[in-house]
Structures are given as C-alpha cells and as structure tokens.
Design a protein around this ligand. Sequence first.
Ligand SMILES: NC(=O)c1ccc[n+]([C@@H]2O[C@H](COP(=O)([O-])OP(=O)(O)OC[C@H]3O[C@@H](n4cnc5c(N)ncnc54)[C@H](OP(=O)(O)O)[C@@H]3O)[C@@H](O)[C@H]2O)c1
Length: 254
Amino acid sequence: MDLPPVGLGTMGIGDPSTIETAIDVGYRHLDTAQIYDNEAVVREGVAASDVAREELTVATKLWVDSLAGDDVRSGAEASLDRLGLDAVDLLYVHRPRGDYDPETTLPALDELRESGLVGEVGLSNFEPDQLEEAREVLDTPIGAHQVEFHPYYGDRELLADAQAHDYPLVAYSPLIGGDAFDDPVLTDVAAKHDTSAAAVSIAWALSHDNVVTIPKASSRAHLRANFEARTLALDPEDVERIDGIEHERELFPE
Ligand SMILES: NC(=O)c1ccc[n+]([C@@H]2O[C@H](COP(=O)([O-])OP(=O)(O)OC[C@H]3O[C@@H](n4cnc5c(N)ncnc54)[C@H](OP(=O)(O)O)[C@@H]3O)[C@@H](O)[C@H]2O)c1
C-alpha cells in the first residue's frame, strides 16, 4: 500500500473544519476508527473540501466488539454509512482482542476486500506471532500495521516485520501524545535544524524504512508544521542521539 509519509490522526477531532483544513494543507491520508466516534465528522470534513474522493486514502478500524466473523460485514457497513463512502481504502482490526478470532475475523475481512467494500486489510496493535498467524490466514498481504512508535516507545521486531514483508508501519502517537516538546534531546536537535521538537519527532519516525505516520493536530499552524516535517532530513547522528533516549513510555498499553 502506498501511504503518504504524513497522514492525519483524527482521534479527538470533533470539528469537521479541522479535517477540511488538513486536506487543504495537503493531507491525503485520514485515519479514524469506530471507537473515536467521529467517522461522521470525517465525512463532513471530506464533503466540505474540494479535493476528489479518489485522491484521499480513508482508513478506519473495527472495534473489538465488531470482530466476530458474523459481525465484521455489518460493522464495516455501519462505518461506511457514517463515513458516507461506498468503500474504505483501509480497514483495520483495531486490536486483536475481544471478539477477535483469526480463523473467522480474517476470512470475513478477506470477503469484504473481494466484494470491493474494503481496499486493503490492516492490522493494529498486533504482536509478532499474531502477525505471522494473520499472514497465514489472510488471502492477501497485510495492507498496513498501525502501532505506537515514537522516540519513547517502539517495538523493533514489528518494524523488522514490516520491512521484511514490505508493508507500511503506520506510526501512531508520533508526538508522544503531545509530550515530545519537553524532551531535551528532541529540543536540542530541533534547535540545530531551526525547527520544532514536534517536527523532529515526526522526522525521526520517518527516518525508518517503511514507516509513515499520523500525527493528530487541531490548528492550521500545527497541521501545517507536522505536514512540513516530512521534508526535514535528520543527520545520522541526530537519529542516533534520539535512538539513545533512555526514557521509555508506552501511551496505549494493552
Ligand atoms: N491504533 C491505535 O490503537 C491508536 C492509538 C492511539 C492513537 N492512534 C492514532 O494516532 C493518532 C495520533 O496519536 P495521538 O493523538 O495519540 O497523539 P500525537 O499525534 O502524538 O499528539 C497529538 C497532540 O500533540 C499536539 N500537537 C500536534 N501538533 C503539534 C505541534 N506541531 N506543536 C505542538 N503540539 C502539537 C496536539 O494538540 P492540538 O490538537 O491542540 O494541535 C495533540 O495534543 C490518533 O489521532 C489516532 O488516529 C491510534
């Protein structure tokens, strides 16, 4: 799947004009989820923009109570209804828990793909062995894997899997949920490049092969700054310094 380096994370966005502004700034990948309760907000924002639907990649996620094989189709159709779309480009399993059963959930997702309601099947918050199991069951390759990945947290085995099998690792919470700004290493590297710690955190994620990212932002200024971060090239020693940050913090543990 060909995802742009910087997409929009929409968790917490309740105002359609934020989506419209993001599209205007240049974002073409919009990431929502049933549990964010804002698929209709995304629909309204897309409708208000003058960018054609075909130019956008819209991703949503089935929550853990819609993952039983018999519920997948109705859950996906409910999302499509809220999104006002005939098809979604990427449909994720949000978390492999609750009603998730690889033997029934994944074939139901394959069927949605075959019937054209879903472009690609995505996975989110999977462990390496669960990825392997999914690969064995799915008819088609994994479309993308969305996981927490930022300077304070990231599973290198998951990154290696994405690189070995050549699918995008979609890095979520790239700004450490808003905490990237106080980090002394990130602010120091930012000063060197005359930019912000937010931009450095995003550029660090993008410095890894196969990684794209989806920062969430509300204002036009933040949206633009994060989008522009895709052009920031860190020096190898900057990446090394950030890799060396010892502070570990997982924002969304299971
Ligand atoms: N698959 C999953 O289980 C999962 C879990 C968590 C998140 N996600 C996805 O990942 C997306 C992003 O993660 P996140 O929302 O946790 O956090 P994040 O993107 O790391 O950080 C968002 C925070 O940073 C602030 N911010 C954004 N740009 C800024 C800038 N340039 N300067 C200063 N502050 C800035 C935002 O404030 P303002 O809004 O005020 O701009 C917001 O408070 C989510 O929206 C969601 O789509 C997925």
